[in-house]
Ligand binder design. Structure first.
Ligand SMILES: Nc1ncnc2c1ncn2[C@@H]1O[C@H](COP(=O)(O)OP(=O)(O)O)[C@@H](O)[C@H]1O
Ligand SMILES: [Mg+2]
Length: 234
């Protein structure tokens, strides 16, 4: 039987009086890589923020391993194993690479795994004493991912990791995500516009529009330009 790691139903949330999520239903299976696509502004980042607790839901349910977490604080959700890599990366530019990674450790608690992070991202080891602000965009993305991985999350929520990054690093990140998924069973939710990255990583792909999940596509359907145009307007 497939186990559900995350089950979202009827989720509504917004900013002030402005509703954004209009009843999201989505189930993430334990051990899968699931991609979420959709035009700019449809609520993908808002959904991820609601899942990790940065935005309180006004209605609906978020269950993690069967338990309701919709009312829990972000740090409590992080401790349960929800790892969040924000859109735009948000590393601390004046702190060193190593200090940024330590923030990840303190957020999650428990035994950190620096070796794994440095093995996957050797550049972070090389640059560990340098301020994070001196890294390239791609290296900062690797650091943002590493910062979450030190805490050994059960699920990694990646919000547009390829944005503004050179293709070779995008490929590296895709390969590492697949390797972690296969070797450690890490579950990944990948919000992306980059079709190649989705096809390299995801087993299932869902489409969001106007604050709802409206369709499921198999990743090979993304080869079809008309379908991509319809859902992404690219
Ligand atoms: N902090 C915020 N305050 C008010 N409105 C916001 C905020 N963040 C996003 N929005 C609005 O919510 C809607 C969904 O945004 P977002 O979830 O970022 O979309 P996506 O990630 O799919 O591009 C947009 O209309 C956006 O302008
Ligand atoms: Mg977004």
């Amino acid at each position: 039987m497939v186990k559900h790691l995350l089950s979202i139903s009827g989720l509504r949330a917004g900013y002030g009086g402005k509703p954004v999520l209009q009843g999201v239903d989505l189930t993430v299976n334990d051990g899968e890589i699931l991609a979420l696509i959709g035009r700019n502004g449809v609520g993908k980042s808002t959904l991820i923020k609601a899942i990790i607790g940065l935005l309180p839901p006004s209605d609906g349910s978020i269950r993690f391993r069967g338990d309701e977490i919709g009312g829990m604080a972000p740090h409590a959700r992080a401790r349960l194993g929800l790892g969040y890599v924000p859109q735009g990366r948000d590393v601390f530019p004046r702190m060193s690479v190593e200090e940024n990674l330590r923030v990840g450790e303190s957020i999650r608690g428990g035994a950190p795994d620096y070796d794994q992070v440095y093995r996957y991202f050797p550049i972070l080891h090389e640059r560990r004493s340098q301020p994070a602000g001196t890294l390239s965009g791609g290296q900062q993305q690797q650091l943002a991912i590493g910062r979450v991985l030190v805490g050994r999350p059960a699920i990694l929520l990646l919000d547009e990791p390829s944005e503004g990054i050179q293709p070779s690093i995008v490929q590296d990140i895709a390969r590492i995500g697949v390797d972690l998924n296969q070797k450690t069973g890490l579950t990944i939710v990948l919000v992306e516009q980059n079709i190649d990255m989705i096809r390299a990583m995801a087993q299932r792909c869902f489409v969001m529009d106007k604050g709802r999940v409206i369709a499921e596509l198999t990743p090979d359907l993304l080869e079809d330009r008309d379908i991509v145009r319809r859902y992404l307007a690219v």
